[in-house]
Each structure stands twice: as C-alpha cells, then as structure tokens.
Design a protein around this ligand. Structure first.
Ligand SMILES: *Cc1c(COP(=O)(O)O)cnc(C)c1O
Length: 373
C-alpha cells in the first residue's frame, strides 16, 4: 500500500501546472500538538484569529436539537439560514451562496471565474487563500505591491488587463489588519470594468464599528460585479463548523451555486449559524472583548517598545525587531502559540490574535520576558 517504488509515474509531475506550484496553506499550530510536545497543559493559542469566548449557548442548543437527524443529508439549499441572513442583510435569498467556510466561497469564485489564461489580481500581504485559489485553477496571479502594509488600490487598478477576470480584496486585511475607507472602495469600484469581478472579503467586518467603514452589501446595488464574502468563523465564533457565505447579484449567485458541491454546509453548521444569529449579545460581547484585548496588547507593545501595524481585525502584527521565527519558537517553549507570517513575506513580524484578558496577559508576560532575555 502506498508503495511508490513500484510505480514508473511521477504523480507530482502528472498534476496540473497550478497544483504542482502550490504550497499548502499553513495553519496555526494546534494546542494539542504543543501540549504533547511540551507535556504541559496550560497552552494559550492566539494563532488563528479564533473567537476566544467559545460558541454562543444558543448555537450549542441548536446543535443538540439537530443531532438526531444526523443520518439525513443537510438542506442543500440552506433555506432557513439564507432566509435569516437575507432578512438581516436586507437582500434576497437568491443573492446568497453558502460555503463550507468562506474559504470554500473564495474557491467557488475562482472555479467559476478564473482559469488558465485569466489573471487574478490581489495585493502583497493579502490573505494566503487568494494565491491558492488562483493557482488551483491554473490562473495567473498578479500580485500588486502593498502600500503601508495594505492594499494599494491605484496599483491594483493599473494591474487590470484584458485578461483580468477577478480581483480579491480583504477589508480588513489578514494578516496585516489594514482597512480601506468607504470612499476609497467606492472610488476603486467605479473605475474597475464591469466585466471584472471584485471580491470584497469581509471576514472581520463585525469588528469594525466605525460608521465610515465600508459595508460591501450596501454597495451591491451600484456595482453588479461585486461579491461580498463573510463568515461565521470569527466574530460569530464557529470556526470549527465551517460556515461562510457570499452576497452578490442573483446571476453571480446562480453561477456560484452551480459549481458548489450539493451539501457543502453540514446540518450542525447550518443549525448553529442560525442559532448564533439570534444571539445578538454574543456578537456584542465578541466585539467588546476584542476592543479591550486590542488595547491591552497595543498598550503593551507601546510600553515594551515594539512597533505594530494598527489593526481593525481580531489580531495584530508586531515587529519582533529580529527574526519572527525565533521569537515564535521561544514563545512556544513557554506555551504561547502565535502565528509566524514569514510565508507572507513578513519575516520580522508575528501575528497575535486577541484572546481573553488572561490569555493576552500571558502573551504579554512571555513577550516581556523575552525582551529582557
Ligand atoms: C479567516 C478568514 C476568512 C474566513 O475563513 P473561513 O473559511 O470562513 O473560516 C476569510 N478571509 C480572511 C481574510 C480571513 O482572515
């Protein structure tokens, strides 16, 4: 079994050009793994922008109610969840596409609108899934240089050619946490040819309470080539269940639903997402926990003299003043998991997710011990 010595094939070279050139997404180190390695149990994981509160109790209750139906396929159209989202967002259900996390949605968009010979534009330091989704369909990635760690929209406009079919923008961006204002986004969208699809990835939008923050959904009526993507993984606290969605015009939603796998969102995920939407207090608590935690961390960076990139997400990148990887390893030894961003071309930075106050304090304590060390 699995004995490649008897095969005359090189199965890697048989793969498509896109797949051959891919580097798998590098997830944050799981707590269990570090626990096994170090033989300690009080691990603090601030590596994957997860919600530190645990899921909404209403989500848990909805999951329990759904358990007896596990022999059945889930509702492949996600009827109830779409209804709830549509009424919340003031759009039609037919404008929604549900995904197995919004990663799935990004992939569906690439599969529907990109292929060999087409170009996909995104920024340096943008979310790592964009190059993967692009290459997996053999399209050409066009990466524009960042401006102050964020998107340089005029560079992105200049990068558009006859072959451009798709543009990915994360607002706020991960891993840098940078944001674009409503005026910038509108100005950009009004200059992009309508035949180029623009994806506004709003995975962290719930954390941005500033009224000037652009809400992609409100721009859909002016820009039919816009797709907004959102997720239940971050502020709604359901990362493990994998639920995300796209809001777009009906025609685009129809296309995305054609390439979508029939039962891509499972029944527990559908039930939990629906339950979470009823728990407005949970969302509020997520936002305030994040605000307080962000202040706790950035105050510490200021006090300890570490530069950081101002962030509107539930994470922040700081400059370690040396090798990010070395600081990462040293923190691991003390049971604190953060995220290296060298794979994004940021070898001196680390990204830390906002945790509970005591988790943030552990991170700060460890960082402080290292800076005196
Ligand atoms: C976390 C994240 C996502 C969402 O991931 P899910 O697949 O929904 O868990 C999408 N875009 C960005 C920029 C993210 O950081």
């Amino acid at each position: 079994m699995g004995d490649l010595t008897r095969s005359s094939c090189d199965f890697v070279s048989l793969a498509t050009q896109g797949a051959r050139g891919l580097h798998p997404y590098q997830p944050g180190k799981p707590s269990d793994e570090l626990e096994r390695e170090l033989g300690i149990s009080n691990i603090v994981k601030l590596a994957s922008n997860e919600n530190p509160l645990g899921p909404s109790p209403i989500a848990l209750e909805e999951i329990r109610n759904e358990l007896s139906q596990l022999t059945r396929y889930p509702d492949g159209n996600g009827f109830k969840l779409k209804e709830a989202l549509a009424s919340r967002l003031k759009v039609q259900s037919s404008q929604l596409t549900l995904g197995n996390g919004s990663n799935d949605i990004l992939d569906l968009i690439a599969r529907a609108y990109a292929e060999l010979g087409r170009e996909v534009v995104f920024s340096q330091y943008a979310f790592a899934v964009y190059p993967i989704a692009t290459q997996a369909v053999n399209a050409t990635a066009v990466v524009t240089p960042a401006l102050n760690w964020g998107h340089d929209l005029s560079a992105m406009l200049s990068a558009i050619t006859d072959r451009t079919s798709l543009i990915f923008i994360a607002n706020p961006n991960n891993p840098t946490g940078t944001v674009l204002s409503k005026a910038e986004v509108v100005e950009f969208l009004s200059q992009v040819p309508e035949s180029v699809i623009v994806v506004l990835d709003e995975a962290y939008i719930e954390y941005s309470t500033d009224p000037d923050f652009p809400n992609g959904v409100s721009l859909l009526s002016d820009f039919p080539n816009l797709i907004v993507t959102r997720t239940f993984s971050k502020a709604w606290g359901l990362a493990s269940l994998r639920v995300g969605y796209a809001i777009s015009n009906e025609e685009i939603a129809d296309v995305l639903n054609r390439v979508r796998h029939p039962f891509n969102v499972n029944s527990l995920a559908l039930a939990a997402a629906l339950g979470s939407l009823r728990d407005e207090d949970y969302l509020k608590k997520s936002i305030t926990t994040n605000e307080h935690g962000m202040k706790q961390l950035t105050d510490a960076f200021d006090r300890l003299d570490y530069e950081y990139i101002p962030s509107k997400g539930n994470f922040v990148c700081f400059d370690t003043k040396g090798s990010g990887m070395e600081v990462y390893e040293a923190m691991l030894q003390q049971g604190v998991i953060v995220r290296p961003v060298a794979n994004y071309g940021m070898p001196n930075h680390l990204r830390v997710s906002i945790g509970l106050p005591e988790e943030n304090a552990r991170f700060i304590e460890v960082l402080e011990s290292l800076s005196h060390g």
